[in-house]
Design a protein around this ligand. Structure first.
Ligand code: SF4
Length: 229
């Protein structure tokens, strides 16, 4: 899809006051407009199996999907399945995933995760939140991404973008990711959760930047309580 380019605002969001919550109707209007802006919003990680998606999402912590996509072709060429990754030399994994940062803990996590999949799930990715979040390196955020894409089970992916935007847009004043998830669950219908998560993530990556949001080029600047224009 063609991405619109906008001038970045030099203004910053410096308010320390909690942003006023918007009504449910306004929240729905905002998300309708954002969904129209990003009709093709989808996961930007590249993977060929459920297992590869799970490992890619674990690697995406504290880095970008772009960076993950740079290392996973080599990683999955060498270790395409849970069995292969479970038996791999840990130092080899570390070397390959080093550019994603935190490579010591990430390499241990993905290998232990692969070992758990072999031991308890015949190498398959489990289909519920409880089992997924017991795997090494898998929190609610990772589990919800995997459940949404692999098993088509709707869920909110409360990553850094969803945390920031849900506050700026006045959807919630909560700070804790799990509390934000619950607030968003109450605000929007269950069937839309995954689609709305990825839409907010795309808006955060392209327009509503952490430091200098591009309010001038934002399609919801007339509705957003944090708009700088
Ligand atoms: S107007 Fe748009 S870019 Fe600006 S803070 Fe609100 S959502 Fe973010």
């Amino acid at each position: 899809m063609a991405i619109k380019t906008h001038f970045k605002s030099t203004k910053k969001l410096t308010s320390i006051k909690p942003i006023k919550k918007v009504s449910k109707a306004k929240a729905h209007e905002i998300m309708e407009l954002l969904c129209k802006e990003y009709p093709d919003a989808d996961c930007e990680l590249v993977f060929k199996s459920d297992f590869q998606l799970l490992i890619s999402v674990i690697l995406s912590a504290q880095t970008t999907d772009k960076q993950v996509n740079k290392v996973t072709p080599a990683l999955f060429k060498k270790f395409p399945t849970a069995q292969k990754l479970a038996e791999a030399d840990l130092n080899e994994i570390k070397e390959i995933i080093r550019p994603t940062g935190y490579y010591n803990s990430k390499s241990t996590n993905i290998q232990h995760c692969a070992q758990e999949l072999i031991k308890n799930y015949q190498g398959q990715v489990p289909s519920n939140l409880e089992e997924l979040t017991k795997l090494p390196g898998v929190g609610r955020k990772t589990a919800n991404v995997v459940l949404g894409i692999v098993h088509k089970i709707p869920g909110w992916t409360v990553d850094t973008h969803v945390q920031r935007l849900s506050k700026r847009l006045g959807f919630t004043q909560e700070k804790d990711p799990h509390k934000i998830e619950i607030a968003l669950q109450k605000l929007f219908p269950n069937r839309d959760w995954s689609k709305l998560s990825i839409t907010l993530i795309w808006h955060g990556r392209r327009v509503c930047f952490a430091k200098s949001p591009n309010c001038k080029g934002c399609p919801v600047n007339h509705l957003c309580p944090s708009s700088l224009i």
